[in-house]
Design a protein around this ligand. Sequence first.
Ligand code: GLN
Length: 301
Amino acid sequence: MNPETPLTIGETLRLATGWLAGKGIPSARLDAELLAAEVCGIRRLDLFLSPERPLTPGERAHLRELLRRRARGEPVAYLLGRKEFYGLEIRVTPAVLIPRPETESLVDAVLDRVGSGAGPHPRIVDVGTGSGAIACALASRIPEAEILGVDLSEAALEIARENGRRLGFGDRVRWARSDLLEAVPPDPPWDVVVSNPPYVAETERESLDPGIRDFEPPEALFSGPEGVDHLRRLLPQALQRLRPGGSLVVETGSTVQRQRARALVSASFPAESVVEVRDPSGHPVGLAARTSMQEEVVHGR
Ligand code: GLN
């Protein structure tokens, strides 16, 4: 691009798409649109209402920088600093995992479960809350719930807090630093423990999408040789903190990892209570289980 000639939005999109595609970016057109809209300060669909509008030199320089970073594999959500999750705009930085659409099904599974027997103010804890996406989505749907988001990372909690504040949840969602549930008192008991824990096996590191491996926080991704170290530690902690008939809802990884996860969950929770959480197209994304209804049995474990 000759820096002297002003480029219109239409021309810019064409050039940027071709350039990104040439760098091997599969979603070149969409990414070019998102980044162009960002630098122009307009919504993506508004690009098509003003294809003749020229970019200012400042916008063009900004776009060039974003396109370079995208070509190196940096995820668009980090370039924009936000990602939509459950209809909410969630702020993200490289300190947190980018919320994924499949995780929305975990939120749905929790919503299904709080209906039954949780009382007027269901108590829900989101373990490894990261950006706070799950906790915020639940707060948006269950105004009367008491929600706690915990994470080991202070940097992540800062983002989560900002998301809770910006989305207007105030005191309805609290945030705390905790290694899984270690710092979370068992009393009063919880109705739901939900978590999208790190679940990538170390052995999968090399085959992982470089956009994920090189840019997302490793502590949010990896969980020991088989990808179940966090889950294994979480299970007894969750059992101690759930009320009788309370629910665990966790995201799991690939098929092999999900089988391991299922065996672990079934060994801790009543095996007949363990079910798969599926996305709207029926693809399994996680597991849910319920503690036994009799208090003695739960506490006797
Ligand atoms: N709970 C956050 C999410 O689902 C972060 C999960 C993580 O960091 N493993 O997006």
